[in-house]
Design a protein around this ligand. Structure first.
Ligand code: PEP
Ligand code: MG
Length: 605
C-alpha cells in the first residue's frame, strides 16, 4: 500500500507536484475553490444555568432539526445515480438511528441530568462513544481493517455530535452553495454528509489535505464518481482561490499552478479520459462474448455488502466469491444463523437472477477474533506458522457448529435467488466428504422444520488454493459440483513466498511457470470430470493476463468489481484461437520474464 501523503516536489517555474492517496478515479483540471468550515466551538459554557427540562427541550429541538436536515439530504440523493444512493443511504440510516432512542440519546440525557448544557452533554457523550470505539480491546489496539472500521464508527458518532452542536449553537455548515462550476474543491477535511451535498456534475474534482482511503468521505466521493485525492499534505500552504489544479484520481498526483505545457497535456488527458469512461460505461450493458464468439463469465468478488452498488455499476454477472470473513472480524460474539441469514439473503436478493457464490469462513490462523474464541479457537499464535495451521475448512471441521450455522443461513438465503457454496483451503477429498455430510444433514433438519431452502440444494464447490488440491484436482472434482482456483494462496503455497511479505514480494509471482502449470492442470482435470471451474484470485482482474487465462481454458473469472469493464474490453476484442496459442507458448517458457514479454507482445499486437 502507498504511504499516505507522499509530499510535494518542485517542477518548472511555480508549478509543484503533490502526491496523495487516490480515492476517486478520474482526471480533471480546474480552478481551486478553497473551502473550510466554521469550526464547531468547544462548548464554552459547560454548566447549565437552565433547568434540565429546558436543556432537554433544546436537545430535542436540535434532534428534530438534525432529522429534518437528514431527510432533506435524502431527498437530494434521489437526484444522484442509483449506485450513489445505495452507497450513501445506509450511512444516513446510521445517523438517523443514532438520533432516535439510542445509547447516545440516553447518555446525553444522563449528562444533562448531571447539570451540563445540552451542547456540552452532546460533545462529551459523542466523544466518549468515539473514544470507546478506538480504545484497545483486551489490551490490543485494533489494526488494519479493524482499525479502519473502528475509525469509521468513531467518525459516525462525531459526525452526529457535530450536527447536533451546529444546530444547538446555530453555527453555519460548510458553504458549498457558492462553488463555481468546474472548480476543484479543496479543503482540509470534508465530512461525509458534506461530501453527499456535492453536485458531481458541477465539481471537477475534490482534493483534501486530510482523510484516508477507507473512510466514509472517500466512499462517498467514489460513489459520486468525482475524481478525488486525499491526504495531500501541504497543498493549502501557498494555494489561492482560482489557482489552477490538475488532479489525477488514479495515481494520486496533484499539480498546483501548472505551466502552459502541463495545462495542454492535462486537457488532452481529460478528453481521453472522458472518451474512455464513455466506452467503459457502454461496456457495462454489453455481453462478455469474445470476438470469436465464446462467452466468458465475468463476476465480482465481494468483501463487504457495502460494495454491492459497485458490483451493479461494474456490469458483473453475479458474485463469484463472497468472502464471509467480514461477519467475524469485528464481532464480539459469533454471528448466529439469523444474523448471517439477514446478510446473505440481502446480498442474494440484491443480485436478482445473477448467482452469488458464498464461501464459508476462511479464517486464517494469524487472525484474532473474540467471537471465535467462544468456540475454543484461540488464534493467539499457537501455530508456529499460521499460514500452514488451522485455517479454512480445517478450522470449520474442528468446530462443526460454526459450519452448521453458516450452512443453515446460506441454505435459507438460497430460497431468495441463485446460490453456490465454496469450501476454502481444501487439501483432502475427505474434508469435502465430511463437509458435505454436515451440509446435507443441515438441509434435512431445515426441511423437517418446514423452513424454505434452496431447491435443489445449492452446488457445493471447493477452492483450489494449495498445491495438494491442484495436484489432486481430478479427485476433488469428483466430490464437488464445481472448482474455484484461488491463485492468491496457490501462488503463496507453491512458491513458498508469503503473499503479505514485502521481503519476498519479488518472488511471489502468479506468472511463475509452476503456478501456471498448476492452473492449467486444474482446468484440464475439471474439464475431464465435466465440472465447471472458475478463477477468483487477484490475477482474474488484471486485463494483461486475461488472454492467457482464457487460453488456459478458463471460462469464468471473478475479480474486484472495478476491474470488470477493462477485463470485458479485452475479452470482447480477443479471439480464442489467439489466446490458446499464447497459452501454449507461455507454458513452454521457463522464465517469468519471458512469460511477461509474451503477454506484452500479445497486448501490443
Ligand atoms: C485466493 O487465495 O486466491 C482467494 C481468492 O482467496 P483469499 O484471497 O480470500 O485467500
Ligand atoms: Mg485464499
Amino acid at each position: 500500500m502507498r504511504e499516505a501523503g507522499r509530499g510535494a516536489s518542485e517542477r518548472n517555474g511555480s508549478e509543484r507536484l503533490f502526491e496523495g492517496e487516490p480515492v476517486g478515479p478520474g482526471f480533471a483540471i480546474g480552478p481551486a475553490f478553497i473551502t473550510g468550515e466554521t469550526p464547531v466551538p468547544e462548548p464554552e459554557i459547560r454548566q447549565s444555568t437552565r433547568t434540565p427540562d429546558q436543556e432537554r427541550d433544546r436537545f430535542n429541538d436540535a434532534v428534530g432539526r438534525s432529522i429534518s436536515q437528514l431527510t432533506k439530504l435524502r431527498g437530494r440523493l434521489a437526484l444522484l445515480p442509483e449506485e450513489s444512493q445505495l452507497e450513501i443511504s445506509p450511512l444516513l440510516d446510521v445517523y438517523q438511528r443514532m438520533l432516535g432512542p439510542s445509547r447516545l440519546q440516553r447518555g446525553v440525557m444522563a449528562r444533562i441530568d448531571d447539570g451540563l448544557t445540552a451542547e456540552a452533554a452532546v460533545h462529551d457523550e459523542t466523544e466518549a462513544l468515539a473514544l470507546a470505539m478506538l480504545a484497545p480491546h483486551d489490551g490490543k489496539k485494533p489494526v488494519g481493517e479493524d482499525a479502519a472500521a473502528a475509525e469509521r464508527r468513531a467518525g459516525e458518532f462525531r459526525e452526529v455530535g457535530r450536527r447536533l452542536i451546529h444546530n444547538l449553537t446555530r453555527t453555519p455548515f460548510l458553504a458549498l452553495r457558492h462553488l463555481p462550476d468546474g472548480a476543484v474543491l479543496v479543503a482540509e477535511t470534508l465530512r461525509p454528509s458534506d461530501a453527499a451535498l456535492i453536485d458531481p456534475s458541477r465539481v471537477a474534482a475534490v482534493v483534501l489535505e486530510g482523510g484516508g482511503t477507507t473512510g466514509h468521505t472517500a466512499i462517498m466521493l467514489r460513489a459520486l464518481g468525482i475524481p478525488s485525492v486525499l491526504a495531500v499534505h501541504g497543498l493549502l500552504d501557498g494555494l489561492a482561490d482560482g489557482m489552477a489544479l490538475v488532479v489525477d484520481g488514479d495515481t494520486g498526483q496533484v499539480i498546483r499552478d501548472p505551466d502552459a505545457r502541463t495545462v495542454r497535456q492535462a486537457r488532452r488527458h481529460v478528453a481521453a479520459y472522458a472518451r474512455e469512461r464513455q466506452e467503459l460505461g457502454r461496456l457495462r450493458r454489453l455481453s462478455s462474448r469474445m470476438a470469436s464468439g465464446e462467452k466468458i463469465q465475468l463476476q465480482a468478488n465481494l468483501e463487504l455488502p457495502g460494495e454491492l452498488p459497485l458490483i451493479a455499476q461494474s456490469g458483473a454477472a453475479g458474485i463469484g466469491l463472497l468472502r464471509t470473513e467480514f461477519l467475524f472480524i469485528n464481532a464480539e460474539t459469533l454471528p448466529d444463523e439469523a444474523t448471517q441469514y439477514e446478510v446473505y439473503s440481502g446480498v442474494v436478493s440484491a443480485m436478482g437472477s445473477d448467482p452469488t457464490t458464498i464461501r464459508v469462513l476462511d479464517w486464517g490462523g494469524e487472525k484474532q477474533s473474540d467471537a471465535l474464541a467462544q468456540v475454543g479457537f484461540s488464534g493467539d499464535g499457537e501455530d508456529e506458522n499460521p499460514a500452514l495451521g488451522l485455517r479454512g475448512i480445517r478450522l470449520l471441521l474442528r468446530h462443526p457448529a460454526l459450519l452448521e450455522a453458516q450452512f443453515a443461513a446460506i441454505l435459507r438465503a438460497a430460497a431468495k435467488g441463485s446460490v453456490q457454496i465454496l469450501l476454502p483451503m481444501v487439501t483432502l477429498a475427505g474434508e469435502i466428504v465430511v463437509a458435505r455430510e454436515i451440509y446435507e444433514r443441515v438441509a434435512r433438519r431445515l426441511k423437517r422444520k418446514g423452513i424454505e431452502i434452496g431447491d435443489p440444494l445449492p452446488p457445493l464447490g471447493a477452492m483450489i488454493e494449495t498445491p495438494a488440491a491442484a495436484l489432486m484436482a481430478g479427485t476433488l472434482a469428483r466430490h464437488v459440483d464445481f472448482l474455484a482456483i484461488g491463485t492468491n494462496d496457490l501462488t503463496m503455497y507453491t512458491l513458498a513466498a508469503d503473499r503479505a511479505s514485502a521481503e519476498v514480494a519479488s518472488l511471489y509471482d502468479p506468472l511463475h511457470p509452476a503456478v501456471l502449470t498448476m492452473i492449467s492442470g486444474v482446468v484440464t482435470a475439471a474439464l475431464h470430470e465435466r465440472k465447471p471451474v472458475s478463477l477468483c484470485g487477484e490475477i482474474a482482474g488484471d486485463p494483461r493476463i486475461t488472454p492467457l487465462l482464457i487460453g488456459l481454458g478458463l471460462r469464468s473469472l471473478s475479480m474486484t468489481a472495478s476491474a470488470v469493464p477493462r477485463v470485458k474490453q479485452v475479452v470482447r476484442s480477443s479471439r480464442y484461437e489467439d489466446c490458446h496459442r499464447l497459452a501454449r507458448r507461455v507454458l513452454a517458457e521457463t522464465e517469468k520474464e519471458d512469460i511477461r514479454r509474451l503477454l506484452e507482445e500479445f497486448r501490443e499486437n
